[in-house]
Design a protein around this ligand. Structure first.
Ligand code: ADP
Ligand code: MG
Length: 347
């Protein structure tokens, strides 16, 4: 469809981020209570004593999930977890959610029950209340959109912008697993479609399949940072892959990064499965996405507080913007990291 002027530009020319930038440029914040608008992991609203955080994410059947391999309960849980992850990325605590669903007549009451069982489980786990939503019919399968509201003490707010030169770049957990889990699920689905007698062989891939189907927001890290009196200088959650998230932090903070390939955390199973699929394991971590780990920067003075943490990995440091975002390979080569993955990096 063309716009009102009759001019037509393909969305693919701008890309998702370009399109969001374009929308953002058309709106100025008017209310003094709107502290952060479009562009961070969550919007920030000044409520007086605290900042309120608001974030929303929509999942569409056939685009974000395939019901032939994700059980409805897991999908409900994941829809909440991905929003809680964006609240965590602002260093906040989730408090409430609303849930919008679009249902086609393929879905039964029991199916909706299963979806909400997962949502309920997530509400218990993250200590959030389901406070509303909307229900409509859908012509194109299942749609689920969750909005999460959270809270953060004002001095503890962390944005994407704020990384300072010489800060240490930290990432939690391990990366690339959710992407490799998806590759396994898709392979097993294709084998099943070809020969329905074949049962999916998932047992030995349990960890990475779990990373894809049951992601968890790293609220544990947010609580620990508070106990350590540590406020990161910048933070984002890893939803699209390390490379893309580094680019966001760099753009918002006006800095560059040096990232060391050998420090990028990979689980053994992710590594071996990537090799089995003839993929570069580091590429899976850089571009895979859906890991929902936290990527953040801390000042050098704070390093002592977390240096022995078993699940926080130190992958590089912040440098001058002019030096760009660079990956130092295991062979000590320095190569530029691109948003849409890496072009010069081959094993
Ligand atoms: P995340 O991956 O952390 O969920 P997104 O990349 O989805 O973040 O969105 C980045 C920013 O753009 C967020 O601040 C989000 O609220 C905003 N945003 C995304 N889509 C739209 C839209 N259609 N209209 C207004 N703001 C949007
Ligand atoms: Mg995010």
């Amino acid at each position: 469809m063309a716009g009102e002027s009759g001019k037509r530009t393909e969305i693919s020319q701008l890309g998702e981020f370009g399109l969001i930038d374009r929308i953002q440029q058309q709106f100025q914040l008017k209310n003094p209570t709107s502290v952060v608008g479009i562009g961070d992991d969550a919007a920030v609203i000044d409520t007086g004593t605290h900042f309120m955080l608001v974030t929303t994410d929509m999942l569409l059947e056939g685009v974000h999930f395939d019901l032939s391999y994700i059980p409805l309960g897991h999908l409900g849980y994941k829809a909440v977890a991905v929003n809680v992850s964006d609240i965590a990325a602002m260093n906040g605590l989730p408090r409430q959610i609303t849930v919008n669903i679009g249902l086609s007549n393929r879905f039964s009451v029991e199916a909706v029950d299963a979806l909400y069982e997962g949502i309920r489980f997530a509400c218990e786990n993250y200590k959030v209340d389901l406070v509303g939503g909307d229900t409509t019919s859908s012509a194109s399968g299942l749609v689920i959109s969750v909005t999460a509201l959270g809270e953060v003490e004002k001095p503890r707010l962390v944005k994407r912008g704020g990384a300072q030169i010489n800060d240490i770049v930290c990432v939690t957990g391990d990366l690339g697993g959710a992407y490799m889990g998806l590759q396994v699920l898709e392979r097993e689905k294709a084998a099943f479609m070809e020969n329905p007698v074949m049962q999916p062989q998932l047992k030995s891939y349990e960890y990475i399949v779990g990373r894809q189907l049951k992601p968890d927001a790293r609220m544990d890290i947010i609580h620990e940072l508070k106990e350590l009196s540590l406020v990161p200088t910048s933070m984002i959650d890893v939803s699209d892959g390390l490379a893309s998230e580094l680019l966001h932090l760099a753009t918002h903070s006006g800095v560059g990064f040096n990232i060391y390939e050998e420090n990028i955390p990979l689980d053994q199973l992710t590594y071996h499965t990537a090799v089995e699929f003839k993929l570069n394991p580091v590429t899976c971590a850089l571009n895979g996405g859906e890991d929902y780990e936290l990527l953040f920067t801390i000042s050098q003075q704070d390093f002592e507080k977390v240096k022995n943490h078993p699940d926080i990995h130190f992958i590089g440091y912040v440098q001058n913007k002019e030096k760009g975002i660079r990956l130092i390979t295991k062979q000590q080569q320095s190569i530029p990291l691109k948003a849409q993955g890496w072009t010069h990096f081959n094993r």
